[in-house]
Design a protein around this ligand. Structure first.
Ligand code: GLU
Length: 446
């Protein structure tokens, strides 16, 4: 139950942003956690912090025209929501996928504020993207789209203003085309994007960071409960960058990751996912997950449709997309004895699924804490660029590991402080929020 002040603020936010269910969902979850903070900090209410926090500082929507391989004109829509810059330049990815709309970009941007705050690094929150889907497009089409997208975006971003990166549908290829066009338009070789290629300003470990981080977070949650990933069966959804490197880290930590999925279905491999094969299919060939079982044989199988969460496991790592894990999936996981869920994707569990995990008393790490390793390593890329330096894999991975351990500790302690021991949702929301709110108070009403 929210108090009347919070409820009125929430009602106002929902009414002001109609038709944006994912944004409503993200805001609602944060408000639920913040009722605990409002009691102790009336100044946040007096200074209108929540009302201001829910209103992006700036929202840019633009036309992206480009010409396809048949010579036909295509028009997509581009977005950049510069949500909050209290802690640093806006930072957050670009998502290129056909279902991208303003509400989705706003939910992602809103989550990013808290996530970025939790990293402890000086980055504000933003997000962007387009309803353009690179899947099935030629390199030339992707290049022309990216050039057109950047021909508008370049005037709104910059090293000290807004630093986008990748997300679903935006990997090294897209970042390359976007960076090339930015450099051409501005004549500046600056840190305007992260996730760059290693030869031109990128950071080692950035590709692996989100997946590694989500697995490290799972390991930390388990270790707080006196156990570990060693020998654990782990299910992973998705087969993109986050999923692949979550699986890699599970194997490094002695667990056995047995699933991966895409929009066509999922594979189960009782001997553990063969990472080289998965990388070959997904990173090199950009193919379908069913190919994995065909080539691998043995004790692997492809299940068309269905849900990866039906597979009995000890630990689940949702690494695909928002709202992929529903109430019935959560019930099945709990019935099958899952002990921890750590989210590599942004908001993959529905609110009812989260409730089920929490009522069952399992360790549940929400995306804004568990997947913060990606953006944290982006901030490390910015540090390296600023000092004209490149760090080794070992050093960078060490920094990432320390950051993830720090986030885990901070969220755990904050949950305890606010009377919700073991509740990482409350811990992440409150710890992420406080820092941003205090900076906003310091800056006055702006
Ligand atoms: N898109 C990633 C996220 O959801 C990374 C953003 C970044 O590196 O700026 O956090």
């Amino acid at each position: 139950m929210l108090d009347s002040n919070l409820q009125a603020t929430l009602d106002g936010v929902l009414a002001r942003n109609p038709g944006e269910p994912e944004f409503h969902q993200a805001v609602h979850e944060v408000f639920d956690s913040l009722s605990l903070v409002q009691e102790r900090h009336p100044e946040y209410n007096d200074m209108g912090i929540l009302t201001r926090l829910c209103e992006p500082e700036r929202q840019i929507i633009f036309r992206v025209p480009w010409v396809d391989d048949r010579g036909e004109v295509q028009v997509n829509r581009g977005f950049r929501v510069e949500f909050n810059s209290a802690l640093g330049p806006y930072k957050g990815g670009l998502r290129f996928r056909s279902n991208v709309n303003l509400g989705i970009v706003k939910f992602l941007g809103f989550e990013q504020i808290f996530k970025n705050s939790l990293t402890g690094l000086p980055i504000g929150g933003g997000k962007g993207g387009s309803d353009f889907d690179p899947a099935g497009k030629s390199d030339g089409e992707v290049m022309r789209f990216c050039q057109s997208f950047m021909s508008e975006l370049y005037r709104h971003i910059g090293e000290y203003t807004d630093v986008p990166a990748g997300d679903i549908g935006v990997g090294a290829r897209e970042i390359g085309y976007l960076f090339g066009q930015y450099k051409r338009l501005t004549n500046k070789y600056e840190t305007v994007l992260t996730g760059k290629g290693l030869d031109w300003g990128g950071s080692l470990v950035r590709t692996e960071a989100t997946g590694y981080g989500a697995t490290i977070f799972a390991q930390e949650m388990l270790s707080a409960r006196g156990t570990s990933l060693e020998g654990r069966r782990v299910s992973v959804s998705g087969s993109g960058n986050v999923a692949i490197y979550a699986i890699e880290k599970v194997h490094q930590l002695g667990g056995i990751a047995i699933t991966a999925s895409d929009s066509t279905g999922y594979v189960v491999d009782e001997d553990g996912i063969d990472l080289e094969l998965l990388k070959q299919i997904k990173e090199v060939e950009r193919g379908r997950i069913s190919t994995y079982a065909e080539r691998r044989g043995g004790r692997s199988r492809f299940v068309a449709g269905g849900s990866v969460w039906d597979v009995p496991v000890d630990v689940a790592l949702p690494c695909a997309t928002q709202n992929e894990l529903h109430e019935k999936h959560a019930k099945t996981l709990v019935e099958n004895g899952v002990i921890a869920v750590s989210e590599g994707a942004n908001m993959p569990s529905t609110p009812t699924a989260v409730e089920i995990f929490q009522e069952a008393g399992i360790a549940y790490g929400p995306g804004k804490a568990a997947n913060a390793g990606g953006v944290a390593t982006s901030a490390l890329e910015m540090q390296q660029n600023a000092s004209r330096d490149t760090w080794s894999f070992e050093y960078t991975e060490g920094r990432l590991t320390d950051i993830m351990k720090g986030i885990h500790q901070n969220t755990l302690e904050t949950a305890e402080e606010f009377g919700r021991p073991g509740n990482y949702v409350v811990g992440a929301n409150v710890a992420g929020f406080r820092k941003v709110a205090d900076a906003m108070i310091a800056f006055g009403v702006i």
